[in-house]
Design a protein around this ligand. Structure first.
Ligand code: FAD
Length: 138
């Protein structure tokens, strides 16, 4: 079974609130721990960018469940790759929750300073999330 990484972007539905993100994180940590899925979810109260890493079977199953979730819409896969090494081996699902994702990190990986995951290509999405991970760890 291959190790894969999937990165997607989506938009929160209009009625999405802080209780929803708490429920999603609790469910994600429980399920991902069980399935040996690791990754990072970045959310600015409007749009999501999420990386899922793990076995191809488990990542595909998890992504299918997330696709059917009515709390968000407009899902776009930005990156799907076979990988040799995880970027988040110790995070069953990290969360970066911020209205103002740092201007310089946005500028480094996208065309403007506003967090807009739909403007990322596959590699810039991956590098952006790794930069957020380093920012969280500081
Ligand atoms: P259950 O234990 O059946 O439900 C858990 C809780 O979530 C319950 O309170 C239930 O009411 C609520 N819930 C479940 N599904 C929905 C739904 N479709 N609409 C509204 N409320 C619902 N799941 C993961 O396992 N791993 C992830 O990394 C992950 N990331 C996510 C990222 C985003 C942006 C979103 C929107 C969802 C994510 N989810 C993730 C949740 C996923 O969509 C499913 O809800 C979840 O995997 C169902 O797991 P379960 O059957 O164990 O949940």
């Amino acid at each position: 079974m291959y190790l894969v990484r999937l990165i997607y972007a989506s938009r929160a539905k209009k009625d999405f609130d802080s209780k929803d993100i708490e429920e999603i994180m609790a469910t994600s940590i429980k399920n991902n721990d069980r399935d040996d899925i690791t990754g990072l979810l970045c959310f600015n109260h409007r749009v999501f960018l999420q990386c899922l890493e793990g076995s191809r079977e488990k990542v595909n199953q998890t992504y299918t469940r997330i696709c059917n979730d009515k709390r968000h819409e407009d899902m776009v896969i930005l990156n799907y790759s076979e990988i040799y090494q995880r970027d988040y081996p110790d995070w069953s699902m990290g969360l970066h929750l911020d209205n103002k994702i740092r201007r310089e990190i946005n500028l480094e990986y996208s065309m403007n300073s506003i967090f807009d995951p739909f403007s990322f290509n596959g590699e810039s999405a991956r590098l952006f999330l790794k930069a957020i991970k380093e920012f969280i760890k500081k």
